[in-house]
Design a protein around this ligand. Structure first.
Ligand code: NOJ
Length: 524
């Protein structure tokens, strides 16, 4: 089992070798003093990201929006919401990101718009509107939705009855997020133009929101009874979407400079995700969300990696790895709050074969905030993982009083400033891991093979030519022996112990290590 290969002697593209860092703009940094993060805030904290060593920033939506779903309900794809700034602020941010040698990806939301988007307002205005067919309207009886699909977040029907024109419209998410009809050529062209608008402005690529949903069976048939009441986001997977993705890819390919798209293909199975790479003519990358709902367990992780590499095959399809994002409890929270596990998970995430996606704040070892009912904002119950990042150890943590959500636990000790002072901190561990990837083609893009390991430990080698690293992750809370049969040096230890010294053959409780073959001091 080795996984996809980068042919020797070729320079891998940035989206394969780099590490992507997701910025949730509301929660990153505030420059305006309104308690909500913004573009100038992000720009003011780029030093943190350069120092950390990330390669690519992905910004969750920053477009004009009524914010029914925190910006995933877009009312103007080609303007910035005043909450976050304006187009000149965006241009300044993009220029500064590029000046620092980093890349910028935007979120692109192709499945739906806001109900306040002029396209939907037009569509809704009358049955004969030129844009009527831009959305999915169906006849019916006001008491009986056209099919049995349920909407994400409300749990009610995925249909809303429009009194004025006496038809239903489809929304797989909130009623404020009507689904676009990608079967309509004008919709395809308009959404392609949105991509071109930002590509011309210089962005390096996009994260495409629930992109597996854009193709719809024109009959919009009922889900089979066993799927009724389940999350519809996981159940749409149609051939027509691949044709649409080829059209989208062709737009990216019109532009020079290696633009790329990572798709949120929320199908939770590597075998179902693999076809979304096409024959190198659909998505450059597709999210693999299987680990988001799995346990902290060596056997689980080994099988996910093996299943992923088997499904994607030895060709061009390149895996991705995600532990946290703005839709799920942070992994430290999911893994029981343990700092040792959060540290070991960082070693795992940043040494697996594929492109890692970090979620802002995981480099601080953050857990979810506890958000009291009177401060909850999100209709999907996802506020905890969206809490503001603590920058400083003082009471304000670098924010004005009362930011839009409360801070995560232990915000002073886990603030960026406090951790930067402590070379043994989680923050410094992430920095060492990112530097190690940059210094080692094996870690960045090498092959992967499982290595023998006792129960509760996942061990593997990464290799490119002569460059080799051995990674071992102890998922248990007890020390475990791991004899190697060859001398090695500890390159990185999740507990910051013994780095640079000879490998002793023993992993501490919950410890993960990156080993460099060779005697003490070997650097590869
Ligand atoms: C997935 C996004 O990540 C999530 O935040 C959003 O609510 C839905 N798609 C709808 O756009």
């Amino acid at each position: 089992m080795t996984g996809p290969r980068v042919p020797p002697g070729t320079e891998p593209p940035w989206w394969r070798s780099g590490v992507v860092y997701q910025v949730y703009p509301r929660s990153f940094a505030d420059s305006s003093g309104d308690g909500v993060g913004d573009l100038e805030g992000i720009r003011s904290r780029l030093d943190h990201l350069s120092w950390l060593g990330v390669d690519v920033l992905w910004l969750s939506p920053i477009y004009r929006s009524p914010m029914a779903d925190a910006g995933y309900d877009i009312a103007d794809h080609c303007d910035i919401d005043p909450l976050f700034g304006d187009l000149p602020a965006f241009d300044r941010l993009l220029a500064d990101v590029h000046d620092r040698g980093m890349r910028l990806m935007l979120d692109w939301v192709p499945n739906h718009t806001s109900d306040q988007h002029p396209w939907f307002r037009d569509s809704r205005a009358s049955r004969s509107s030129p844009r009527r067919n831009w959305y999915l309207w169906r006849d019916g009886d006001p008491g009986t939705p056209p099919n049995n699909w349920l909407a994400q977040f409300t749990g009610g029907p995925a249909w809303t009855w429009d009194e004025r024109t006496a038809q239903w419209y489809l929304h797989l998410f909130l009623p404020e997020q009507p689904d676009l009809n990608w079967a309509e050529p004008a919709v395809r062209e308009a959404m392609h133009e949105v991509l071109r608008f930002w590509l011309r402005r210089g962005v390096d690529g996009f994260r495409a929101d629930v992109v597996h949903l854009i193709g719809k069976d024109p009959d919009l048939p009922d889900h089979p009874p066993e799927l009724v009441g389940t999350n519809v986001v996981h159940t749409h997977d149609l051939p027509v979407t691949h044709e649409l993705l080829r059209g989208i890819r062709a737009v990216l390919d019109e532009f020079p400079g290696d633009r790329a798209m990572v798709g949120e293909v929320n199908l939770r199975s590597p075998a179902l995700i693999a076809p979304y790479y096409g024959a190198g003519d659909e998505l450059h990358l597709a999210f693999n969300f299987v680990p988001l709902s799995g346990p902290w367990d060596a056997g689980f992780w080994r099988s996910v990696v093996e299943e992923t590499l088997a499904a994607l095959g030895p060709g061009e399809a390149w895996p991705t790895w995600v532990l946290s994002n703005h839709d799920n409890p942070r992994h430290r929270t999911r893994y029981g709050g343990s700092e040792a596990r959060a540290r070991a998970a960082a070693v795992l995430l940043l040494t697996l074969p594929g492109t890692p996606f970090l979620y802002a704040g995981e480099e601080l070892g953050l857990e979810d905030a506890v958000v009291p009912p009177d401060r909850q904002v999100d209709p999907g119950g996802r506020d905890g993982c969206r809490a503001p990042l603590p920058w400083t150890a003082d009471a304000g943590h670098g924010w004005p009083p009362e930011p839009w959500l409360p801070f995560p636990p232990d915000a002073a000790a886990r603030s960026a400033a406090a951790q930067r002072e402590d070379p043994t901190s989680v923050l410094h561990l992430y920095r060492r891991l990112l530097a190690a990837r940059r210094g080692s083609p094996a870690l960045a893009t090498g092959t992967w093979a499982a290595a023998p390991a006792p129960d509760g430990v996942l061990a593997y080698t990464r290799q490119t030519g002569d460059d080799r690293r051995i990674v071992a992750v102890n998922f248990t809370d007890a020390p475990v022996g791991l004899p190697l049969g060859e001398p090695a040096t500890v390159g990185i230890s999740s507990s910051a112990r013994g780095e640079g010294g000879a490998w002793t053959g023993s992993l501490g409780p919950g410890e993960a290590v990156v080993l460099v073959p060779g005697g003490a001091g070997a650097t590869g």
